[in-house]
Every structure is written in C-alpha cells, then in structure tokens.
Write a protein that binds this ligand. Structure first.
Ligand code: GTP
Ligand code: MG
Length: 195
C-alpha cells in the first residue's frame, strides 16, 4: 500500500471524541507490549506517529489515525497489564467494550499475539468475545523477527489451536522491525473493506 497521508487525529476517552466523518475503522487489540503501536507505525510508514514503549501500558486511550483518507486505525490500550490500578483497568474495559459493541464504523478487529508464546487466557477470551458479538477478527502474530523463520510454522500452529482458528482464517506473521507481513496485512485490509 502506498501511503499518501497518515495523521494522528484524536486521543479519545469516549464517544464524544470519536470522528464523525463515517470512514471505516479498524481496531488494534492485544496484550500490553505485544506491539500494536509499532505495527501501526510500520503499516503507515511513519516512525513514532503512534507512541511506543518498552514498558507495557503506553497506550491508554483510543488513538485514531487517519490513513489515505480511506480508513481509521484505532490504537487500543493493551489488556493484561497487572500493574495498572484495578479501577483504571475497569474503566479501560468499559470504554473498549462499549466501543466494540456499539461503534457502527468498526469494520473488523486486528488481534495481535506474540509469536513466541501460546496465547494467554486474555487473548483467548478476547478472541472468543469478538466472535460472540459478531466482530470479524484478523489474527496477527507479532515479533516474527524474534524467532527463526524455520520455527514460525510450529509456533503459529499452537496459536491456531489455542484460538481455535479455522483452516481458512488468516494468521499473518508480522515484524515491525523487518516489515515482514506488512503487504499481506494491507492486502487483507483492502480485501475486507471492499466486501
Ligand atoms: P501498549 O501500548 O502498552 O499496549 O503496548 P503496544 O502493544 O502498543 O506495544 P508497542 O508497540 O509499544 O511495543 C512494545 C515493545 O515491543 C517496544 O519496545 C517495541 O519496540 C517492541 N516491538 C514491537 N513490535 C516488535 C517487533 O515486531 N519486533 C521486535 N523485535 N520488537 C517489537
Ligand atoms: Mg501501544
């Protein structure tokens, strides 16, 4: 995908701040530190546009990025980060739940899991929950550069089994370091937006 424009639009804490131009939205979900913001920067070819950090819990609001005046990526706060106060966690949960359940513009979710590890309970719960409420999900295994290419299949097999993906469900290996998977993910996005 050729990126002609990519811009940060708003850090939303609730529906009042969501954009009103009706462009389709794609939400990024996954554990804290799995690489959601890094993936977005790679997809948009804009280093540092989405703020990243080696410390989990960097993204705390719904951050909207408009790309090619065609879609919004919505960068989510990560789940499963223990050090965040309970009340804050509940607040995050509500905001995310309301967005996922009610946002008309949401077309699908990109769920990120770390290629090195079996999906966590939270990952499975998130995946199942999206399925239950009928939100299509594209699963991406991040940090592909952290293991040898020869071991990808073995690791993606575990992810497929744990999330109970069907044979024809896409599972894309991605690396924000090398750009692995970027074209494939853009292909999947464009295909789904055309449907
Ligand atoms: P929260 O905002 O806390 O939910 O985290 P996040 O999911 O947005 O993760 P973020 O993109 O901030 O990345 C977390 C850390 O993982 C950073 O140190 C990144 O540099 C690193 N990282 C992300 N993606 C990759 C990748 O593909 N390969 C490698 N080697 N490191 C990555
Ligand atoms: Mg982030």
């Amino acid at each position: 995908m050729k990126i002609t424009s990519a811009e940060f639009v708003v850090s939303a804490v609730g529906p009042k701040q969501y954009p009103t131009d009706g462009l389709p939205e794609i939400a990024l979900v996954g554990r804290s530190n799995v690489g959601k913001s890094s993936l977005l920067n790679k997809m948009m070819n804009r280093k540092g546009l989405a703020r990243t950090s080696s410390k989990p819990g960097k993204t705390q609001t719904l951050n909207y990025f408009r790309v090619n005046n065609m879609l919004y990526f919505v960068d989510f706060p990560g789940y499963g980060y223990a050090k965040v106060a309970k009340s804050l966690k509940q607040q995050w949960g509500k905001m995310i739940e309301n967005y996922l359940k009610q946002r008309q513009e949401l077309r699908f979710v990109i769920q990120l899991v770390d290629i090195r590890h079996a999906p966590s309970k939270d990952d499975v719960a998130m995946y199942d929950w999206c399925k239950e409420i009928g939100i299509p999900t594209v699963v991406v295994a991040t940090k592909g550069d952290k293991i040898a290419r020869g071991r990808w299949l073995q690791h993606t097999k575990v992810i497929r089994e744990q999330l109970q993906l069907r044979g024809d469900d896409a599972l894309i290996v991605f690396s924000s370091e090398t750009g692995q998977g970027r074209d494939e993910l853009w292909g999947e996005i464009v295909r789904r937006l055309r449907q």
